[in-house]
Design a protein around this ligand. Structure first.
Ligand SMILES: Cc1ncc(C[n+]2csc(CCOP(=O)(O)OP(=O)(O)O)c2C)c(N)n1
Ligand SMILES: [Mg+2]
Length: 147
């Protein structure tokens, strides 16, 4: 069975992209290396909480980065890891009601939520074209498998 993680890495590799650690690394390092390329930082709603000031950095320096938050309302990777270690009932792994769009907006990053495939396409296109930081948040299903 293909996992979301494997499919994501494969998709990135096929397009000459890579994964970096959290907001600051995703925001600053590639931008310094190749400032003319559009930059999209794809992250989970949980990861966003660990480097939340990356939103401030993007807003303060006017960096034209697009944040795409895939919000599955859980700490999925640790649920998966708990299963791997046969741990049952690990606490604190559900993350309901995290609103990354509202948080990023409060840091000065114009943000929106997409509720459908069409809305996601429109929001992402606009965000990538914009000459300022933008955030698009979309709800995705919990769990690791996609098929
Ligand atoms: C800067 C940084 N802090 C902490 C971690 C540890 N870490 C790995 S995944 C993760 C959160 C995962 O939650 P989420 O982003 O919601 O992704 P999901 O597992 O639900 O796909 C964290 C905190 C990290 N990789 N990098
Ligand atoms: Mg999550």
């Amino acid at each position: 069975m293909t996992t979301v993680r494997e499919a994501t890495f494969q998709m990135l590799r096929e397009r000459g992209m890579t994964t970096i650690f959290g907001n600051p690394g995703s925001t600053e390092l590639p931008m310094l290396a190749e400032p003319d390329r559009p930059l999209v930082c794809v992250l989970g709603e949980g990861s966003a909480q660990y480097a939340i000031t990356g939103f401030w950095t993007a807003a303060a320096y006017g960096l034209p980065v697009t944040f795409l938050v895939l919000n599955n309302s859980e700490y999925s990777i640790l649920k998966w890891f708990a299963g791997l270690e046969s741990v049952e009932g690990a606490p604190g792994l559900d993350l309901p009601a995290l609103d990354c769009a509202a948080v990023a907006q409060s840091y000065g990053v114009r943000s929106e939520r997409a509720g459908s495939r069409d809305e996601l396409h429109t929001a992402l296109s606009g965000a990538i074209e914009a000459a300022e930081p933008r955030l698009v948040e979309v709800a995705v299903q919990p769990g690791m498998s996609i098929g």
